[in-house]
Ligand binder design. Structure first.
Ligand code: SUG
Length: 448
C-alpha cells in the first residue's frame, strides 16, 4: 500500500506579535517589542504550503487558536465582560495579556507527538498533544490543539488521541520538535527517536545551567508508552546541555531526520557514537540502512546554526529517492552556512537540492520551516480518512489567502493587544475559518 509523509503547516493567527515570551529562545528575546506584520506572516506560511503542494507533496493545514485567550485571563482572576478582562489585564499585568495573545500555536511541530500506525501496538496513528509546560503562553495551547486534531483526524478506526501529559515541569513535553522517525518507507515499521533535555527524576543526567531544558526524559518515555511503541522501535537520546545554553531550545534547532537519514550538528547530542550505533542496529533489524551527516563545528558553529536555523529545515524525500532541504532565507545570508550547503549538495550524498523560503515574520520569534509543520506519516487508507477540508489544494490556497487579506492587520504592537476590537476581529476570522476548513466548533467562543 502507498504511504506518504503529510506536512500539516500551522496557519499563522491574526495576533502574531513579538512578545519576548520565550526565555532561552534567542530570536524571541532579541525581537521583543518590535512591530509585527500578521498578514505578511500568514501569507509567508501559506506560500510555503503552496510551494510544497506544487512540488507534489501532500500538504495540510492546521488552524490557529483563539487569541486573546480570555479564558486564560479569567483563570488568573481578571473578571467582567471580555472587553473589561482585556482592559484590566492591559492595565495591571501586560505580560499576562501578551501571553494570552501569542499566536505561538503556529509552531505546530510543538502541537503533538505523532506515531504512525506501522509503529504502534494497535495499528492506529497515535497523537499526544504536547503540554508545553515550560512557558505559560504555550501551556494554554493543548486543549484547543486536541480539539482541532480530533476534528482533523476523527476516524477512531485509524486515529487515537491522547490528552497532554500532566501539567508539571517533570513531564515537560514539547511534541514533535524533539521527536524524529526513521524508516525505509513511511508505511513500514520504523524507529522513533526521542530527544530530551534533562531527566526530572534522575540527577545523574547533566542539565543546562543557563536556559531551561523543556523536554524531560520521563515525558518522552510516557509518550512512547501511550503510543504502544516497542522497545525495538525506540531510541532515547539526550541533547547536549551546552547547546541548550547556546539557544537550542528544541532539538529541531540542531538536527533533522527523514527516511534513513539524520542530519545533525556535531555538538547536538551527548554520547553521540553510542546513540548512532543504537539507531543503526535497530533500523537494520527493520531492513533499513541508517546513515547520518554530522556538520562539523569548525564549518558551522552552534551560533551559526542558531542564527540561521540550518537544521530547522524540512528534509523531504523526492520521487527519485534523493532528498530536498527546505531552509529559511537566513541560511543564504550566513556565508558559512551557505558555503556548507553548497558543498553538501554537490558532494553526491543523499541531500541534492536546497530550496530557500522567506519566513522572516516567524523566524523573528524563533520559528523556522520545521517549526511550522507537523509531520504525519499516513497509509493511503488513513489519508483517505483525514478530514478533506484541511488538505491543501489550489482553490483552498486561494480561499485562505483571500481570508487572510480580508481579516488580518499588517502591523501589531504591544499597545494594540489592549484593543478589544482585536478579539472581535479574531473571532470573526476564526468562525469563518472553521467553515472553510470544515472543522466544526473547536474554539472556546464557539463551544462555551
Ligand atoms: O516556543 N516562540 C516559540 C518558537 C517555537 C519554535 N518551535 C520549534 N523549534 N519547533 C517558542 O519559543 C515566541 C513568542 C514571543 O516571544 O512572542 C515563541 O513562543
Amino acid at each position: 500500500m502507498k504511504s506518504f509523509e503529510v506536512n500539516f503547516d500551522g496557519l499563522v493567527g491574526p495576533t502574531h506579535n513579538y512578545g519576548g515570551l520565550s526565555f532561552g529562545n534567542v530570536a524571541s528575546q532579541s525581537n521583543s517589542q518590535q512591530a509585527s506584520n500578521p498578514k505578511e506572516a500568514a501569507l509567508q506560511g501559506l506560500d510555503k504550503m503552496k510551494a510544497l503542494m506544487d512540488m507534489g507533496f501532500v500538504q495540510g493545514v492546521l488552524a490557529p487558536q483563539e487569541r486573546p485567550d480570555v479564558g486564560a485571563l479569567r483563570s488568573l482572576g481578571f473578571s467582567g465582560t471580555d472587553a473589561e478582562v482585556i482592559k484590566r489585564a492591559a492595565k495591571e499585568a501586560m505580560p499576562l495579556l501578551a501571553a494570552s495573545c501569542s499566536a505561538s500555536s503556529m509552531w505546530v511541530a510543538n502541537a503533538a507527538t505523532v506515531s504512525p500506525s506501522a509503529d504502534t501496538a494497535d495499528g492506529r496513528v497515535h497523537f499526544t498533544a504536547a503540554n508545553l509546560n515550560c512557558k505559560f503562553h504555550r501551556s494554554i495551547e493543548h486543549p484547543t490543539t486536541s480539539r482541532v486534531l480530533s476534528a482533523m483526524f476523527a476516524d477512531q478506526q485509524h486515529f487515537a488521541h491522547h490528552a497532554a501529559l500532566p501539567a508539571v515541569a517533570q513531564f515537560g513535553d514539547e511534541g514533535a520538535a524533539n521527536h524524529t522517525r526513521f524508516c525505509r518507507e513511511y508505511g513500514e515499521a520504523g524507529v522513533e527517536f526521542f530527544v530530551y533535555g534533562r531527566s526530572a527524576f534522575d540527577s545523574r543526567y547533566p542539565a543546562p545551567q543557563k536556559y531551561p531544558a523543556r523536554q524531560t526524559l520521563e515525558a518522552s518515555q510516557a509518550v512512547a508508552r501511550l503510543h504502544g511503541l516497542s522497545e525495538e522501535g525506540v531510541v532515547f537520546a539526550q541533547q547536549n546541555p551546552s547547546v541548550i545554553d547556546q539557544g537550542v531550545f528544541h532539538n529541531d534547532v540542531i538536527a533533522v531526520g527523514n527516511g534513513e537519514l539524520l542530519f545533525h550538528h556535531q555538538d547536538a547530542f551527548l554520547n553521540t557514537e553510542h546513540m548512532l550505533d543504537e539507531l543503526r542496529r535497530k533500523l537494520a533489524a527493520r531492513g533499513a540502512q541508517f546513515q547520518s551527516i554530522s556538520v562539523p563545528r569548525d564549518q558551522v558553529a552552534v551560533d551559526d546554526a542558531v542564527r540561521s536555523y540550518l537544521f530547522n529545515s524540512q528534509l523531504l524525500s523526492r520521487a527519485d529517492g534523493s532528498m530536498l532541504l527546505i531552509v529559511p532565507e537566513e541560511c543564504r545570508t550566513n556565508p558559512r552556512v551557505w558555503h556548507y550547503l553548497q558543498s553538501l549538495t554537490s558532494a553526491g550524498g543523499p541531500i541534492r537540492e536546497v530550496k530557500v523560503f522567506d519566513l522572516k515574520q516567524s523566524m523573528q520569534n524563533g520559528g523556522g520551516p520545521a517549526c511550522l509543520r507537523l509531520r504525519v506519516a499516513l497509509k493511503e487508507t488513513e489519508l483517505a480518512a483525514v478530514n478533506p477540508g484541511v488538505i491543501m489544494t489550489a482553490p483552498l490556497y486561494d480561499t485562505l489567502t483571500g481570508w487572510v487579506n480580508k481579516h488580518y492587520r499588517d502591523a501589531l504592537r504591544e499597545s494594540d493587544l489592549a484593543d478589544p476590537q482585536l478579539l472581535l476581529e479574531c473571532r470573526t476570522a476564526l468562525d469563518e475559518l472553521t467553515q472553510i476548513l470544515k472543522l466544526g466548533s473547536v474554539y472556546p467562543f464557539q463551544i462555551n
